[in-house]
Design a protein around this ligand. Sequence first.
Ligand SMILES: [Zn+2]
Length: 69
Amino acid sequence: MDSRLTEVLVCPICKGPLFLSRTDARTELHCAKCAKGYAVEGDIPVMLEKEARDLTAEEVEAARIRPAA
Ligand SMILES: [Zn+2]
């Protein structure tokens, strides 16, 4: 995924910065404020509130420490 992409992406709920979370299994954009995770399918982030999943406390902490923007 192009790292420049995260610069223009904000959380659709709070308009805050998103943290890019990448593992071998998946890529997601995380919002620490809302504790929501948005899937990235291919190179396309799914920025829909109803598609977002709830983040774990650990994931929220990671997003808080290292915001993408
Ligand atoms: Zn948010």
